[in-house]
Write a protein that binds this ligand. Structure first.
Ligand code: AHR
Length: 335
């Protein structure tokens, strides 16, 4: 029974600190499946509850497919995929609670909202079920409540976007920010990083508005802001590709030219955005690499074996700052 193994794990290993609490939850000694032989009723398979976001756009689809393609039965896992209902946090909390009650061996969480997770995480901790955050962080960020967060560094990625924008506009100009939904942790991180990257640039923010990660809203919000600013916008920072692609459509329909009249920078690095960069419809794309399933699998093994893990594992991500760079990268893009 997994519970008895967890109890043995707790007794058998010195707990190095609150962070390690979840790591000693399931130590049962390694086996040929490369991890603890903990199993919660599904034979030898390690059960993984994936509290996911679900349909949200190209990045999310790539990320969640990569996780599902990695945690396979052949690899020794029973991955239970639980997408949110219409991005609703309550459905995520309900899914999380079900996994705790079911006694899964480990939980992966991509949070639709940053706040409101303390009670759920404490319940998992009491049940000695390690929780690993994928992509999205929690606020307040209490690292004792989870094993680690695996994600590219949003602040650093956005800082590079800001630095690029500052260099592109040495004489300043007006810009707008198309943000993800309010309450999503990465939105705040990207705003923070972007402003750090701008430094003492004389670029002026004339508006910041959510376009909810969507192309349609990215277009409509940009149309409105271009009109209300008499097209006097020189730069658009879109916090994800889809919103940036919508902005690009709006710029062109306003009779302006991307790259000449308005530069557009986005984050994610999905194939559509890299193609748009190659075609001159975007000006800069910073990857936010979603393909970290192997890293997550390695962390799950370490967590179940009681090994210590850093509280934030940064996934490397690169920038594309020209059509030439995009054209060179396109053949090898995996998402
Ligand atoms: O949390 C990552 C963000 O969520 C991506 O940048 C966006 O495309 C996704 O919806």
């Amino acid at each position: 029974m997994a519970t008895s193994k967890r109890l043995l794990g707790m007794i058998g290993l010195g707990v190095a600190g609150a962070l390690a609490l979840g790591l000693t939850g399931c130590s049962g000694g390694g086996d040929d499946k490369g991890g603890s032989d903990a199993g919660s009723g599904s034979g030898d398979l390690i059960t993984v509850g994936f509290v996911a976001v679900g349909p949200e756009g190209g990045w999310r689809q790539a990320n969640e497919k990569n996780i599902q393609d990695t945690f396979t039965e052949d690899a020794g896992y029973d991955l239970k995929y639980a997408p949110a209902a219409n991005l609703d946090q309550k459905s995520q909390i309900d899914n999380f609670t079900s996994f705790v009650d079911e006694g899964v061996d480990v939980i992966l969480l991509s949070a639709t909202e940053a706040t409101g997770w303390e009670d759920s995480l404490k319940r998992a901790q009491e049940a000695e079920i390690p929780v690993i955050l994928l992509d999205r962080g929690i606020e307040p960020d209490d690292t004792s409540l989870y094993v680690t967060r695996i994600a590219p560094d949003n602040v650093e990625v956005a800082k590079e976007v800001g630095a690029w924008a500052a260099a592109e506009f040495p004489d300043g100009g007006n810009y707008i920010v198309l943000e993800g939904p309010a309450g999503v942790g990465v939105v705040n991180e990207r705003n923070k990083g972007f402003e750090e990257g701008l430094g003492d640039s004389s670029l002026v923010k004339v508006a910041a508005q959510t376009a909810n990660w969507s192309t349609e809203e990215g277009k409509s919000v940009t149309e409105t802001l271009l009109k209300s600013n008499n097209n006097d916008i020189q730069f658009i920072f879109a916090q994800n590709d889809e919103m940036g692609l919508g902005a690009s459509q709006a710029v062109e329909e306003a009779g302006l030219t991307v790259g000449t009249d308005v530069k557009i920078a986005t984050i994610d690095g999905t194939k559509n955005a890299i193609q748009a960069l190659a075609d001159g419809k975007l000006s800069y794309v910073h990857e936010y690499n979603p393909l970290f399933g192997e890293t997550a699998l390695d962390v799950v093994k370490k967590a179940l074996d009681g090994d210590k893990v850093d509280s934030y594992i940064v996934v490397p991500s690169k920038a594309f700052d020209s059509a030439e760079a995009a054209k060179a990268a396109l053949p090898d893009r995996k998402y």
